[in-house]
Design a protein around this ligand. Structure first.
Ligand code: G3I
Length: 318
């Protein structure tokens, strides 16, 4: 069967990739598959470039774990997606509880994004500069950044990232923006306003944490409305979970669903690549977050390919 990055490239995409995380890198059977650049042309650090990992106390930066992922990508000849500069989650308490005024928080964001993006200058295909800015109803998430700075925090982060690495593609990344709807419309309006204000923005990341049997029918149309803004799109965190146990019927539906998602990206020229949120059920985030659900990825917990794998190949070939 065709390796997945080979299939993606044959379809004109830049990459097919996977997230990974530092603790998994001691699993040699896991790393062997991850490191095959015909399978995965791109990797994303699942945790180790986030704020709590990179600036755990103010002005003290640690890149050991992030560098381990970056070095792996380099050794394997894989692209890297940086994840992420500014997010409400995995944020150290010195940021959330600091009661900073607008000027100070602005400078904290500029320092954080500038330093982290600058550390990896020249090594990143792209950065998720802003992660998950919206509530599901399309209003801005009321996190410490928005509550202190309003939506200006987004341009502050993007400008700092551009200054630190002019060649990295700068993304805003969110979930529940796969289909059309209030949250996707909010993303469209945000990108329009950033472009009108000459704020650097290159891409929209569509996370795509989906549920078997529930791929939005408007996915392709939605990707098109995003690329019509003059930005690229990427599917950045794809997984398709099910209620356990995984039956043959659920696995067959999951195969169809992976094919549908990949075919939508294939059909839209500005959809430049697809990343799954790790490749094996052994290391998926799903079971610990959604009790009774899982089996969301194309490899099972024993590192055997599932029907979903063939769905991905078929999606790129369709
Ligand atoms: O680092 C601590 C460790 O010190 C502690 O001993 C251990 C005990 O629970 O927890 C460790 O932190 C965990 C962290 O992953 C690192 O392993 C957190 O509990 C755990 O909640 C955290 O989960 C991550 C999650 O983001 C947090 O929101 C997942 O691994 C990661 O896959 C997930 O990724 C997010 C994307 O960044 C954004 N989009 C959604 C996606 C899935 O939630």
């Amino acid at each position: 069967t065709t390796p997945l990055n080979t299939a993606a490239k044959a379809a004109g995409k830049k990459y097919f990739g996977s997230a990974t995380d530092n603790p998994e890198l001691s699993d040699s059977a896991y790393v062997k598959i991850l490191s095959d650049s015909t399978m995965f042309g791109q990797i994303t650090p699942g945790n180790s470039m986030k704020w709590d990992a990179t600036e755990p106390s103010r002005g003290t930066f640690t890149f050991t774990q992030g560098d381990q992922i970056a070095n792996l990508a380099k050794a394997n000849g894989q692209l890297l997606r940086g994840h992420n500069c500014v997010w409400h989650n995995q944020l150290p308490s010195w940021v959330t509880s600091g009661n900073f005024n607008a000027a100070t928080l602005s400078s904290i964001i500029t320092t954080h994004c500038g330093t982290v993006v600058g550390h990896y200058k020249g090594q990143m295909y792209s950065w998720d500069v802003v992660n998950e800015p919206f509530n599901d109803d399309g209003t801005f998430r009321q996190d410490v950044f928005y509550n202190t700075l309003g939506q200006d925090y987004i341009s502050i982060a993007l400008n700092a990232a551009r200054a630190a690495d002019p060649n990295a593609k700068l993304y805003i990344n969110d979930y529940n923006i796969e289909g059309t709807g209030a949250k996707s419309t909010a993303m469209v309006n945000l990108v329009k306003s950033l472009k009108a204000a000459n704020v650097p923005i290159d891409g929209i990341g569509v996370q795509a944490h989906l549920i078997v049997g529930q791929v939005p029918s408007t996915l392709e149309a939605n990707l098109r409305q995003f690329t019509a803004l003059g930005v690229e799109v990427a599917i950045t965190e794809l997984d398709i979970r099910m209620t356990l146990p995984a039956t043959d019927a659920l696995l067959a539906q999951q195969k169809k669903d992976y094919q549908t998602v990949i075919a939508a990206c294939r059909a839209v020229s500005g959809c430049i690549g697809v990343t799954i949120w790790d490749y094996t059920d052994k290391y998926s985030w799903v079971p610990s977050t959604f009790s009774g659900q899982g089996a969301a990825l194309p490899w099972d917990a024993n590192l055997n390919k599932k029907p979903a794998y063939d769905g991905i190949v078929a999606g790129f070939a369709s």
